[in-house]
Unconditional design. Structure first.
Length: 429
């Protein structure tokens, strides 16, 4: 029997799939050999977490999968529920299990928002089978769910829906007369549906609710076919999925960093734009470029650090949106510049020696001797003033502690300015 939604409910809510056969996308989980389909068909359900971006069907899939479980369904959001609510639900679940033999399916939306104590409260009930816990999260469970609970649950990854999936979902809504828009007598071309799918960025909820608004705009102007103007009016602008505190934040900065490291200018600019247009703090991007200039370019192109600092100062001086171009200029420079991590590697080696070895004293000849006593005990004795020697270097004077004499930390590459340093070093050896 088809579940009837209130007429005022959003289209995305009315069109929720009510069986696995209605579900579009996530084929790796739901095709004939998919693990979720196998769980449904065998009735052997276990607690699990659905991890994926918004609008891919996490809540819907949880309901569909557990519909045949003959269990009591309880749903609450981690955003508004605390430890008191959890304890109450657990007590009710025990009562139903003990008296009626009915297990409770507990669906927790945004489960990553629960703290460790709240998550721990589920453990004994998951272990003894009183509840079947299903969590939905947009964040990486490895970081957000404590290990004790995570070890007792399966994790299923849901991916953004492909444009063709979104088009299929919207076409179904346009023809469904009971739950969808079939009675609106509005047509829409495949090109317009593709445009809607592109703007929706893999999010079925956004696609359906935008389609509903586009239909309303079309009818308001007494039209019979949805136009591109209707779509743009419904969407306003492409929805860039971004969470400054979430995993996508780190994924995007990682993509920018690694694209610059690989000297891929176009990809570097793309990831920069993805971050800035979604509202990322430009100073965060600028700080990462300063780090990149030293870590991945170093002395192969010494002016990279100057470019990065200049971009950071531009952000501070004129702000956004004008500073976008300065950041883009710096990104292009970083991507094109010769790369070297020689300074980065050298410092890590030095730091390791400084932390893990005996703290060797400074050689006496390198110490200043401002007092007579210091001179008498040998401070400064044997020091050779570099400017007095040809080439500006006292070749015979050792500046490392004697225990480390001859150790080499910095190994310049052949790239950029470092190539000149290497040639100079080889000429002197």
């Amino acid at each position: 029997m088809v579940e009837t939604k209130p007429a005022r409910a959003p289209l995305a809510d009315r069109m929720r799939p009510q069986s696995l056969d209605e579900f579009i996308g996530q084929s790796s989980l739901l095709d004939d050999n998919g693990i979720l389909r196998q769980m449904v068909e065998t009735g052997e359900l276990a607690s699990f977490i659905l991890w994926g971006p918004p609008g891919v069907g996490k809540t819907t899939l949880a309901r569909v999968v557990t519909a045949k479980a003959k269990s009591r369904w309880v749903s609450f959001s981690a955003v508004i529920s605390g430890i008191k609510e959890i304890k109450n639900v657990m007590q009710e679940a025990e009562t139903f299990m003990n008296i009626e033999g009915t297990r409770t399916v507990l669906f927790v939306d945004e489960i990553h928002r629960f703290n460790k104590a709240q998550q721990d409260a589920f453990l004994p009930y998951v272990e003894n089978g009183t509840i079947l816990l299903i969590g939905a999260t947009t964040e990486n469970p490895s970081f957000e769910i404590n290990s004790a609970l995570l070890s007792r649950m399966k994790v299923f990854i849901l991916h953004e829906l492909d444009p063709e999936h979104l088009v299929a979902i919207m076409k179904r809504a346009l023809t469904d007369e009971e739950r969808g828009l079939g009675k609106e007598n509005v047509t829409v071309s495949d090109d317009i549906l593709s445009l809607l799918a592109t703007y929706s960025s893999g999010d079925a909820r956004t696609a359906l609710n935008s389609l509903e608004l586009a239909v309303w705009l079309c009818k308001r102007r007494q039209g019979s076919e949805i136009s591109e103007k209707d779509v743009k009016g419904a969407i306003q602008q492409a929805i860039l999925k971004y969470d400054k505190d979430g995993e996508n934040h780190y994924n995007l900065i990682s993509a920018l960093h690694k694209s610059m490291r690989n000297s891929d200018v176009d990809a570097s600019l793309y990831w920069l734009a993805r971050m800035l247009e979604a509202g990322e703090d430009p100073m965060y991007v600028a700080r990462r470029m300063v780090r990149f200039a030293s870590e991945d370019i170093g002395l192969a192109a010494p002016t990279a650090l100057t470019q990065a600092i200049a971009a950071m100062q531009t952000v501070q001086f004129i702000g956004m949106p004008e500073a976008k171009i300065a950041l883009a200029q710096a990104v292009v420079y970083m991507a094109y510049a010769p790369k070297s991590n020689a300074v980065y590697k050298a410092y890590n080696m030095v730091a390791q020696d400084a932390l893990e070895m005996i703290q060797h004293p400074v050689p006496l000849h390198l110490r200043n001797a401002p007092t007579r006593l210091m001179k008498d005990v040998g401070y400064g004795k044997g020091y050779q003033y570099a400017h007095d020697f040809e080439g500006g270097r006292a070749e015979e004077m050792e500046c490392l502690p004697k225990e480390l004499a001859g150790r080499t930390y910095f190994e310049p590459t052949d790239r950029g300015f470092e190539g000149k340093i290497k040639k100079s070093r080889l000429a002197k050896s």
